[in-house]
Design a protein around this ligand. Structure first.
Ligand code: TYM
Length: 332
């Protein structure tokens, strides 16, 4: 809460091409808060370097992610949209929070366990302390709600623990944030292995539908999606492939699950998959057009980055100033 106004904060890493998982689990929910909340949405480039990035790709994806925020409906005049590395208070508060976060807590983070197994040759300290940088992102803005997919809920819960611990020692420092996870889009699964999360870093491009995939590619990918040897379009745990496709279709059309089962009763998987692909590509068309236009003017994107980081810095400085004073650091 800042000046009696509730705050929404979230972030996306520019570490790969964004997927429909990012869109349905996070991005498209960000704008729900634009009217009633003070909103900060950040492109978290500092988080991205916990795994090795090609500098040119990181730079390009940072522009693209900002453009996608806007293309997905975030008005830069109503939301503070910016890049994490442009506001140095994030890294500074992260160090302070490191001193209030336990080794055991960080060791229990599922994402750390997964990523350190996947990048066994580069289990760096940043990968380990990733959640304290995320806590700094959130706590700097006195955030009330954090719209995220289910995979990030554990990190927001740790942020709550850190905030409560800090507040106990130094009362009234941070607002304690709530994770907000949408009921349908919270976990979109891989099209190739439907028991695994759809991830922008998946090496199998057919397992993932990217927000910027063209219509033919989207339809081809859904056609190839792994399902089962049954023929019934039914929402059931033993049919994870079909369950995932029903979820995706529900997200893009707004139809409820029983309605979808009814719509495709007696129809084969082929026809159902085609309908999912069409609903998806139709829903993304507007986003893709807006994205292309935004990317054609880099200067405008840079101006927006500058405006966003100036706004964000103002709030970040206020919180960090309070923290420094409470800790006993000398103000000159
Ligand atoms: P990232 O970049 O991996 O993902 C961005 C957002 O997309 C959601 N998401 C999904 N939702 C549903 N189904 C999926 N398959 C799927 N894949 C990704 C994620 O849950 C996330 O909401 N650590 C964060 C970025 C971050 C952040 C923050 C988020 C940094 N600081 C502060 C919130 C608040 C991350 O890696 O997200």
């Amino acid at each position: 809460m800042f000046n009696d106004q509730k705050v929404s904060f979230s972030g996306v890493q520019p570490s790969g091409n964004l997927t429909i998982g990012n869109y349905l689990g996070a991005l498209r929910n960000f704008s729900h808060y634009s009217e009633a909340y003070k909103c900060f949405y950040c492109v978290v480039d500092e988080h991205a370097i916990t795994v090795r990035q090609n500098p040119a790709d990181l730079r390009r994806r940072t522009y693209e992610t900002l453009a996608l925020y806007i293309a997905c409906g975030l008005d830069p005049n109503k939301n503070t949209l910016y890049v994490q590395s442009h506001v140095h208070e994030h890294a500074e508060l992260a160090w302070i929070l490191d001193c209030f976060t336990m080794f055991g807590e960080l060791s229990r983070m599922t994402q750390f366990k997964d990523k350190s197994a996947k990048h066994a040759d580069n289990v760096n300290a940043g990968l380990f302390t990733y959640p304290t940088l995320m806590a700094a992102d959130i706590l700097l803005y006195q955030t009330d709600v954090v719209p995220v997919g289910i995979d990030q809920k554990q990190h927001v819960e740790l942020t709550r623990d850190i905030a409560n611990r800090f507040n106990q020692l130094y009362p009234d420092t941070f607002t304690v944030p709530e994770p907000v996870v949408s009921s349908t889009g919270m976990k979109i699964m891989s099209l190739a292995e439907p028991t695994k999360k759809m991830s922008k870093s998946d090496e199998n491009v057919n397992a993932v539908v990217y927000i910027l995939d063209d219509k033919d590619t989207i339809i081809r990918k859904f056609k190839r999606a792994v399902t089962d040897s049954d023929t019934e379009v039914r929402y059931a745990d033993e049919k994870p492939g079909i369950q995932n496709l029903i979820n995706i279709y529900s997200c893009f059309t707004g139809k409820k699950i029983p309605e979808i089962e009814q719509e495709f009763r007696g129809v084969g998987y082929g026809e159902f998959k085609l309908a999912v692909g069409e609903a998806c590509s139709q829903a993304l068309e507007g986003v893709q057009n807006a994205f292309k236009e935004l990317m054609s003017d880099k200067k405008q994107l840079e101006d927006l980055m500058k405006k966003g980081s100036e706004e964000a810095s103002w709030y970040a400085r206020r919180t960090l100033g309070k923290v420094r004073k409470k800790l006993g650091f000398i103000q000159l």
